[in-house]
Design a protein around this ligand. Structure first.
Ligand SMILES: Cc1ncc(COP(=O)(O)O)c(C=O)c1O
Length: 353
C-alpha cells in the first residue's frame, strides 16, 4: 500500500481536553477509487480536502453510504477494534441497497490496520477516550443523469473522541414524519436517511426535545428507533427492543446489548412494540427504564418520553439495567473486562504512544 505521511503532524497542536464529537480529525486518511469495474489499490494520504467534480453523482443523487465504529487503547498500549467484521458486513449491506459496488474485505481490513498503526497516537489510552472511525463510499462519477454511478470513492477517516455526554434525554414520539418507510433504505446507513431526519429533529429541538422517537410509516403506532439510536424499554424486569426490519438500522451496539443482557440472565424480547403498550406500562408503574444504544453513546438513558399531551418521566433505578450493561460493554471495549465474545481485534505493531 502506498503511504504518504504528513509532513507536519497536528497531534501536538490538538487540544485533547476539548474534542466536540466528530470535529477533530487524525493526521491521515485511506483513499481507494473504483473505476472500470474494479477497486484500485488503496492509498494512505495526509488528511485533507479531496478534489471532486461539481457533476459528481453523490452531490446530486445522494448515492453514499457510511459506517461508524470505534477503537480503544488498553493499558498495554494496544489498540482494540470493536466488532470490525460487523461494520464491514453492514457497510456492504448498505452498499448493495444503494447500488454501490461492494468493497473488498482486504481493502477494508488492511486499510483500517495500516491507518490505525500510523495514527495510533490519536487513540488515547486515558479513561473515556476512543477513536471514532468513519468509513464511507460515495458516487464520484461525473454525470448528472439520475442513475447509478460508474465510479466511486471509498475513504476512511478517524476522529479522536472523549466520553459522549448527551445530557438530559427528553424525547418526543413523532407521528407525522417518518425516518424510513417499508421497502426503503432504513436498514442501510445511507447518507440520505440522515439528511431527511434533520428537519423533523430540528422542529423537536425547538420544542425542547433532544430527540424523536420514530414510528412506523404506515400507522405511526409502532416504535422504531430514537434519533440515531436503537431503542429499549424495561417493562417489569424484561428488556424489549423493536425487532429488526427494513426500516430499522441493525445496530452493532444493539446486538451486543442483546447478548450481554441475556448473559446477565435478563429476559430480552425483540418484537414489535406499540406506543400504547409503553404508555400503559407507564400508567401501571411497570415502565422502569428506557434507553438508546449506539456506537457514539454506547447506552444512553432516556429521561422523559412525550406522547401527544402526556410527558412520561422515567425515574432513575437503583438496579439500572442500562447502567449495568453500559459498564460491561465499555469494560470489554477498553480491554478491562475479559472479552469472552471475541468482539475485539488488536491492531498489531501499532506505534506505542
Ligand atoms: C439510525 C441509527 N440507528 C441505530 C444506530 C446504532 O447503530 P450502532 O450501534 O451500530 O452504532 C445508528 C448509529 O450508527 C443509527 O444511525
Amino acid at each position: 500500500m502506498k503511504i504518504t505521511k504528513t509532513s507536519i503532524s497536528r497531534l501536538n497542536s490538538t487540544d485533547f481536553s476539548n474534542l466536540p464529537f466528530g470535529t477533530v480529525f487524525s493526521d491521515h486518511m485511506l483513499v481507494c477509487n473504483y473505476k472500470n469495474g474494479k477497486w484500485s489499490e488503496a492509498e494512505i494520504l495526509p488528511y485533507g480536502p479531496i478534489a471532486m467534480a461539481p457533476g459528481a453523482q453523490v452531490l446530486h443523487y445522494g448515492q453514499s453510504v457510511f459506517e461508524g465504529m470505534k477503537a480503544f487503547k488498553n493499558n498495554s498500549d494496544e489498540i482494540l477494534l470493536f466488532r470490525k467484521d460487523e461494520n464491514f458486513k453492514r457497510l456492504n449491506q448498505s452498499a448493495e441497497r444503494l447500488s454501490i459496488p461492494l468493497i473488498d474485505k482486504n481493502i477494508f481490513m488492511n486499510g483500517l490496520d495500516e491507518l490505525l498503526k500510523l495514527d495510533s497516537a490519536w487513540c488515547k489510552k486515558e479513561e473515556g477516550y476512543s477513536l471514532y472511525i468513519r468509513p464511507f463510499i460515495f458516487a464520484s462519477g461525473e454525470c448528472v443523469k439520475a442513475s447509478a454511478s460508474d465510479e466511486y470513492t471509498f475513504i476512511i477517516i478517524t476522529s479522536p473522541t472523549t466520553k459522549y455526554y448527551a445530557g438530559e434525554m427528553n424525547v418526543v414520539v413523532e407521528e407525522h414524519y417518518t425516518r424510513a418507510p417499508q421497502g426503503g433504505v432504513g436498514y442501510a446507513k445511507a447518507a440520505g436517511n440522515y439528511a431527511a431526519s434533520f428537519y423533523p429533529t430540528k422542529q423537536a429541538n425547538a420544542k425542547g426535545f433532544q430527540q424523536l422517537i420514530w414510528t412506523d410509516s404506515v400507522e405511526h403506532k409502532y416504535i422504531e428507533e430514537s434519533g440515531t439510536m436503537n431503542i429499549w424499554f424495561r417493562i417489569g424486569d424484561t428488556l424489549i427492543t423493536p425487532s429488526l426490519s427494513d426500516s430499522i438500522l441493525g445496530g452493532i451496539t444493539r446486538d451486543s446489548v442483546v447478548t450481554l443482557a441475556k448473559d446477565n440472565g435478563i429476559k430480552v424480547e425483540e418484537r414489535k412494540i406499540l406506543i400504547s403498550e409503553v404508555v400503559e406500562a407507564f400508567k401501571n408503574g411497570t415502565l422502569k427504564e428506557a434507553f438508546g444504544t449506539g456506537t457514539a453513546v454506547t447506552v444512553n438513558p432516556i429521561n422523559t418520553i412525550t406522547f401527544r399531551e402526556d410527558r412520561m418521566v422515567i425515574e432513575a433505578q437503583e438496579d439500572s439495567f442500562a447502567l449495568r450493561l453500559k459498564t460491561q460493554l465499555q469494560g470489554i471495549q477498553k480491554g478491562k473486562i475479559e472479552d469472552t465474545y471475541n468482539w475485539n481485534s488488536k491492531v498489531l505493531n501499532a506505534v506505542k504512544s
